[in-house]
Design a protein around this ligand. Sequence first.
Ligand code: HEM
Length: 487
Amino acid sequence: MEFYIGCFLSIVVLGWWFLCKDSNLVEKKAGIPRGNSGWPFIGETLDFIAAGYTSRPVSFMEKRKSKYGKVFKTNILGTPVIVSTDPEVNKVVLQNQGNIFLPAYPKSIKELVGKSSILQINGSLHRRVHALLAGFLRSPQLKARITKDIETSVKGCLASWSTVYPNTINLQDEVKKITFPILVKVLLSVDAGEDLKVLQREFNEFIKGLICIPVKLPGTTLYKSLKAKEKMLKIVERIIAQKRKDGMKKTEVEKGPPNDAVDVLLGEEGNPNATQCLPLDFICHNMIEMIIPGEETTPTTITLAVKFLTDCPLALSNLREENMELKKQKAESDDEYAWTDYMSLAFTQNVINETLRLANIINAIWRKTEKDVEIKGHLIPRGWCVLASLTSVHMDEKYYDNPYQFNPWRWEKISVVNNNCFAPFGGGQRLCPGVEISRLEISIFLHHLVTGYSWVAEDDTIVYFPTVKMKRKLPIRVTPHNKLDSE
Ligand code: HEM
């Protein structure tokens, strides 16, 4: 019996070896980057995940890059993947001329976001929706309007955190009380109240299913997530139907500029140049799906900025000095803050750039190829995935001296404009439409934190898998400066 099992296993192993040998030969000829496909079925998934749990998740890429070059092949999660750690190749993938690269997400995410989500649609519909939303989110009018809301929310939260002193607050969770309401306000004009409460509660349930086993039976995480989405949809549908009804009663002049992302998409109904109106169902689903990329990213960046500043007192002191100067000017002139005041603080922007580089909130961008494509002599065959590793570039000492050091001063000599080596918000066709609104939120938060408060953070470490976050949610004790003065 053992003999037959032995023979059978030998045949399987030999067969697999011959297959790999043959496919390696074909791939070599065709110009597919070198690399290792790993074990049958699991490929190099275990190595990939294991690296994710270390303090240097980029070690998976670094090891292979030194062996095979900046672009290499591997096999992760049952899929052949070409990994690029080359900023020029990443740029071509992100620019996506000719619509060759389609977004590629795990099955659970695809199931939850649906086919008509901005995260999944392609071609002309995607370009149209992306342009509408990005145009609105980046507009000076929105930034001017939302600045007051962000300030009120930041000041309220900071004051409430200091009341629990000497107890700690978990910054990673608490910051969401600022960013979530702002996001929902920007998308749907929902203010504090019951709708906001339910949306926040159901959204927390909804995102649990983003990374899970994709089984949709009652009781499973995916099933509960879909149910939570249904509850959110009901609220969003009601809000949008009301907005539409109100809008229909108004003339174009009465309507004025859009208040939120829904207005922008509904506005296509009255646009004579729009070839087709966007269906209501499409708008409702997309409003929920837009929350996904915005909800976790900005609070995590704020949390990590506080962590890096805690560990670098010199940077904190420079940041405080710059922001105190602005606060003094504003107090003397009795002027309100404009969004441009916050964004023009050079060192503060350098702190944000350095946080985004070092934190690598979105570590890589996954795409799937529609047809064979060649970039810089590397063939990416049709149907393969491409992983454009942003982290590998951000942590490459060829582009950044001492890449693991938090050094905001490096940005005094580096430009962020047209810089292929700095892409925390992606690039090309799918460049994050929330880029400016999130930078504004972070700037306003840092300003009011460092000019009005001091804090002490407990020990905590950054974890990188499956997403970047603080292991203990960064517990901090916040004290107002006026309290310190009176002590
Ligand atoms: C620090 C905060 C943020 C970071 C680091 C970030 C990062 C990114 C990245 C890397 C992408 C590109 C994904 C891809 O190419 O597949 C992206 C896309 C996107 N982001 Fe953000 N994001 C942030 C905040 C936000 C916010 C606040 C919003 C909402 C207002 C938002 C909405 C989106 C949307 C809708 C997309 C998809 C765009 C498309 O596929 O056309 N993001 N983000």
